[in-house]
Structure formats: structure tokens, C-alpha cells
Design a protein around this ligand. Structure first.
Ligand code: ZN
Length: 218
């Protein structure tokens, strides 16, 4: 009998050597614990394994090329062959009604974009507490029609601006996992923050107690 499932479950998973294969073992309270990834060259299927009380995984399925690309320091989006709209995060089908769900094609994107909108985080999950306060931005990458949320680093939070140019910065080799945290954004080379404004002063004041609290963390 043939396996009719579109995306097969692999027989064997190559776990990252930093992590134990004993994924039923003791789980410390570090939030989501990365276990490994699985890249099926033949089927072009990419999967990420996580542990939160029990092992689970998600399949990138049709978007596997994007997940694998993150490992390889490549941003893969999609583009509609009919209207030319580009998407990152990628969409399998074009969203323009006139395109009648046209299948989009893979396109390698330039690792740059601009901030569509942002927020300053004063609280986070455990794994990020020591880096508070930080900026979370929706960034439009390389002229896409969609925006992707990720951290904007290398900036004082109150200096973030709508429309500011940013570049993609990759996590070091060996630390990438095929997930969105494989990269973050930083201001584009040569960008300088604008002068202080009453609003920036207000944000700076709001950040103060956060910095003070973070300094007390061990
Ligand atoms: Zn289209």
C-alpha cells in the first residue's frame, strides 16, 4: 500500500548535536526548547522539533524552502507570476482577487527592508528578559506586500522610527535552527537616529524602570 500522505513523517531525525536525543527526559522551564530539525532533500520538506512538556513539531510543508533557507542565511519569499506581488513571509497563492489564487513562485529576497510599525517590549518570555526593553518591528522586506515581525536590535528603543531602513543580521553558524529567531533586524548601515523629541523623551522615561529591573536579574 502506498503512503498517500502529502508530507511523510521521517523514519529518522537528525538532531542538532547541542541537544540530547533524550527528548522525553527532564525539561527545564526555559520555555520552548529546541530539539532539532529535519530536512528531507528528496521531498523538499523541512521540519522543526520543539519541546514544551512534550516533543512536538511543525511542518513547513509548502513553505519548506523558507525554513531551510533560514539555516543557510537565505531569505526566500514568493512572487505572483501574474501581478508581480512579492510576499515575505511567503504565501503559497497570490492574495489578489484578480489573480484567482495563482500559485506564487519562490524568489530569493535581498536581506533589507524598512520598518512599517514597531512596539517597545517591556516584558517578555523568560529567555528574553535580560535583553528588555527591546523593539519588536513589522518590517517590509525587499519590496514585499506583507510584513514580517522580528526584533530590531542595535538601537536605543526610543530611537526607532516608522519607515527607517533596516538590514537582516543572521545568528552565528551553529546557532540557526530554521526558525524566525535565526535572524533579526538592525538599522541599515549609515542610518542615524533623528533628534530627540518630546515623544522620544517620554519613551526613554518609560524604559528607565525596565533597565533598572533588568539590572537586578542574575
Ligand atoms: Zn497576483
Amino acid at each position: 500500500m502506498t503512503d498517500k500522505r502529502l508530507h511523510r513523517i521521517p523514519d529518522k531525525v537528525e538532531f542538532n548535536d547541542k541537544h540530547s536525543n533524550d527528548f522525553r527526559g527532564d525539561v527545564r522551564e526555559h520555555g520552548f526548547h529546541f530539539c532539532g530539525y529535519d530536512w528531507d532533500e528528496k521531498e523538499e520538506q523541512f521540519k522543526v522539533y520543539l519541546h514544551y512538556d512534550q516533543l512536538y513539531y511543525w511542518k513547513y510543508a509548502e513553505l519548506s524552502k523558507m525554513g531551510k533557507g533560514l539555516l543557510d542565511k537565505e531569505l526566500w519569499g514568493t512572487q505572483c507570476p501574474k501581478c508581480g506581488d512579492k510576499f515575505f513571509p511567503p504565501r503559497v497563492n497570490c492574495w489578489n482577487l484578480d489573480c484567482n489564487l495563482e500559485k506564487a513562485e519562490w524568489i530569493k529576497l535581498k536581506p533589507e527592508g524598512y520598518v512599517h510599525t514597531f512596539t517597545i517590549a517591556g516584558w517578555s518570555g523568560k529567555s528574553s528578559l535580560k535583553r528588555l526593553p527591546f523593539v519588536l518591528a513589522y518590517v517590509v522586506v525587499d519590496g514585499c506586500k506583507t510584513a514580517v515581525a522580528n526584533e530590531l536590535r542595535g538601537i536605543d528603543p526610543w530611537d526607532a522610527e516608522f519607515g527607517m531602513p533596516v538590514k537582516v543580521v543572521w545568528a552565528p553558524d551553529g546557532d540557526r535552527r530554521g526558525t524566525i529567531t535565526d535572524f533579526w533586524f538592525e538599522p541599515a548601515d549609515g542610518w542615524k537616529p533623528g533628534p530627540m523629541t518630546p515623544e522620544k523623551e517620554r519613551m526613554k522615561e518609560l524604559c528607565k524602570p525596565v533597565y533598572e529591573w533588568v539590572a537586578t536579574l542574575k
